[in-house]
Design a protein around this ligand. Structure first.
Ligand SMILES: Nc1ncnc2c1ncn2[C@@H]1O[C@H](COP(=O)(O)OP(=O)(O)OP(=O)(O)O)[C@@H](O)[C@H]1O
Ligand SMILES: N[C@@H](CCO)C(=O)O
Length: 327
C-alpha cells in the first residue's frame, strides 16, 4: 500500500489511483476467472481517479480522458459519484465522518468494451477514497463495496473484473461469495487484446446467454476448468491453452462480434495458442508464447479487426500490481 504520510484530516496534496484493465472470463471459467493486463509498451491501460480536498458541500466530479465523451454528462450518472456516496454511507455507519472531495476521473478505458471499464472506475475510486481517509475500511469490506457498485452497473454481481483489477494477476472468484484466490499465469505468455472501437453493453451481452445448459456441457466445462487450473499449477502451458475453450458464453455471443470467427481462424493460423472474447466483448484476446508472433497478431488485429479509428490493439503481460497510486 502506498498511502500518503499525511493524516486524512490534514491531507492537501492530490492522490491519484490507477486501476488496470482486465479480462473477465478467459474463455474457460465464465464469471469466475479474471486477468489483469499491462501493455508491454508502458501504455497506462486503465482508469485513473484523482482525489483532492473538497471545495464544496457535496462531491464534485470532473471527467477527462480519451473516453470521457462516451460517459453520461451528469456526474450523478457516473459510477464514480455512486462510489463516493456508497463509501460515505458505509463510513458513516461505522461512525467515521467523511467530508466530500473534488475528484477527476481520467477515463482511459472504452465503455462497453470487455476490458472491465466500469470495474476500473469503481476500483480506482473506492481504493482512492479508502486511502484518502486513512484506510478505514478493511480489505474485505472494500471488496464488498466494489462488488456492489459493479453489480449495480452491469446487471449482475460478478467479481471477475473487480478482483484482478484490485489485486492484479489471474484471480479465481467463485460466484455467489466474496472469496477470491490468486492463480499462477504462465510467465512466457503474452496476451494480445484488440478493442475494435465499437461498444457492446454488458447487460445486452448477458441477455443472450442461455438460462441453463445441457448436463454434458456443464460436465465438460467443469472438467476443462479443473484441467486448466491443474495445468497452470504444473506448468503445462500447452494443456492450459488447450483448456481455454468457452462452452458457456461464446456460442451465444460470437454473433454479436462482427468478424470474430474470421479473426480467430486467422490468428490461430498465425501462431496464437488460443483466441477468445474478452469479458462480454467486443474486445478479442489471443495468447502467444513468442514476442514476434504476438506482435504479428496485434498488427493483424489493428488492420483487420478494428472497425473504427478509435480501436486499438496492445501486447500485454499480466499486471501483477493491481490498483496503485501513481504520480
Ligand atoms: N465511470 C464509468 N465507467 C464506465 N461506465 C460507466 C461509468 N459511469 C457510468 N457508466 C455507465 O455504465 C455502463 C457500463 O456499461 P458496461 O457494463 O457495458 O460497461 P463496461 O464496464 O465498460 O463493460 P466491460 O466490463 O465489458 O468493459 C454504461 O452505460 C456507462 O455509461
Ligand atoms: N464475466 C462477465 C464479464 C463482463 O465484462 C461476462 O462475461 O458477462
Amino acid at each position: 500500500m502506498n498511502a500518503s504520510a499525511e493524516s486524512p484530516e490534514m491531507r492537501t496534496t492530490p492522490l491519484k489511483v490507477f486501476a488496470p484493465a482486465s479480462i473477465g472470463n478467459v474463455s474457460v471459467g465464465f464469471d469466475a476467472l479474471g486477468l489483469a493486463l499491462a501493455p508491454l509498451d508502458g501504455t497506462l491501460l486503465g482508469d485513473v481517479v484523482e482525489l483532492r480536498p473538497g471545495t464544496g458541500s457535496d462531491w464534485n466530479l470532473d471527467v477527462t480522458g480519451p473516453f470521457s465523451d462516451k460517459l453520461p454528462p451528469d456526474p450523478e450518472a457516473n459510477i464514480v459519484t455512486a462510489c463516493c456516496r456508497l463509501f460515505a454511507e458505509t463510513a458513516a455507519e461505522r461512525g467515521i465522518p467523511v467530508a466530500p472531495l473534488d475528484l477527476t476521473l481520467d477515463k482511459r478505458l472504452p465503455i462497453g468494451s470487455g476490458l472491465g471499464s466500469s470495474a476500473s472506475s469503481v476500483v480506482a475510486a473506492l481504493e482512492g477514497l479508502n486511502r484518502w481517509y486513512g484506510n478505514p475500511l478493511g480489505s474485505r469490506d472494500l471488496f464488498r463495496l466494489m462488488a456492489e457498485a459493479e453489480g449495480r452497473i452491469s446487471g449482475a454481481v460478478h467479481l471477475d473484473n473487480i478482483a484482478p483489477c484490485l489485486y492484479g494477476g489471474l484471480r479465481l472468484c467463485p460466484p455467489g461469495g466474496q472469496a477470491e484466490y490468486a492463480l499462477p499465469w504462465p510467465a512466457r505468455w503474452q496476451t494480445v487484446v484488440c478493442w475494435p472501437g465499437t461498444e457492446l453493453v454488458t447487460r445486452e451481452a448477458r441477455s443472450v446467454l442461455p438460462e441453463s445448459l445441457p448436463r454434458a456441457t456443464a460436465v465438460q466445462h467443469a472438467a476443462q476448468f479443473a484441467q486448466f487450473v491443474h495445468a497452470l499449477y504444473t506448468g503445462k502451458t500447452g494443456l492450459a491453452a488447450a483448456s481455454m475453450v468457452d462452452l458457456i458464453a461464446e456460442p451465444s455471443r460470437r454473433r454479436l462480434l462482427a468478424g470474430f470467427d474470421d479473426a480467430r481462424e486467422a490468428l490461430l493460423g498465425r501462431g496464437a495458442l488460443t483466441v477468445g472474447i474478452s469479458g462480454s466483448g467486443p474486445t478479442l484476446f489471443a495468447i502467444a508464447d513468442d514476442s514476434d508472433v504476438a506482435a504479428e497478431l496485434a498488427a493483424w488485429l489493428r488492420r483487420e479487426y478494428c472497425a473504427t479509428d478509435r480501436g486499438f490493439a496492445h501486447v500485454c503481460r499480466v499486471d501483477l500490481g493491481g490498483a496503485r497510486s501513481i504520480d
